[in-house]
Design a protein around this ligand. Sequence first.
Ligand code: B1M
Length: 211
Amino acid sequence: MPIFEELAKSVVNGDVERVRELTRQAITAGEDPLEVINNGLIVGMNIVGPRFKAGEMFIPEVLMCARAMQAGMELLKPLLVGQDVPVIGKVVLGTVKDDLHDIGKNLVAMMLESSGFTVINLGVNISPEQFVEATKENQPDIVGMSALLTTTMEMMRNTIEALKEANLREQVKVIIGGAPVSQEFAYEIGADGYAPDAASAVELCKKLLGK
Ligand code: B1M
């Protein structure tokens, strides 16, 4: 099986060790690192996303796929310095204040990164002020917020208000996600979009940036 095809398959299988081995082989064979990413790793993740969305794959499997993809990326990233990596857009991502749930948010981060976005993952318990600071500092295209608790959903509204007060709201698209939130809530608080899962978050970000 050609190496790129086998790499893609190993990402889909979530086989971290095989992805490492094949990525090393591709590097030793002199393959262009960007082609290894685009024609191997990303091809694999592009199969995983829709399967997850269709309910054919489950969270633990997707996490393994994302981990396998990251294992390959770690070996390739140092070789990409100085190369023109095609970046679709920049996303500042965090779990809102008083909320410590991060498994879903990290899944969203990994899927976005795998799809060509630069992600600034702020972590958990991120206050409106911290979102504002990170937006000033990083000038992202999109601010993404995650909340898993009904009690912390309101922090999303507060963060949007803080972005408005800092005159940053017009510069960025805002997306929200997490089990208790909905499209209706996104409309209510003035977010630009809501995604029910990680694969949809990638689609939404691409759509909002016209990609
Ligand atoms: Co907590 N917890 N928890 N918890 N916890 C829930 C959320 C809960 C529903 C459990 C329950 O009671 N049935 C409940 C919330 C009830 C409510 O508010 N309606 C709850 C509670 C009450 C609590 C505590 C208050 C418990 C306590 O201490 N009394 C406490 C709060 C701590 C805090 O945050 N301040 C707490 C603590 C914890 C742990 C620390 C133990 C742990 C979190 C570990 C961690 O994240 N590192 C935890 C866990 C694991 C859960 C459950 C079991 C699983 C959450 C999860 O990771 N799901 C959860 C029950 C459940 O959901 N079944 C529960 C898997 C993950 C991949 O899915 O996060 O939904 P999810 O992400 C999805 C989508 O939502 C979406 O994409 C992801 C992938 O498809 N998505 C986005 C998420 N963010 C997005 C952002 C986007 C777009 C899409 O754009 C920006």
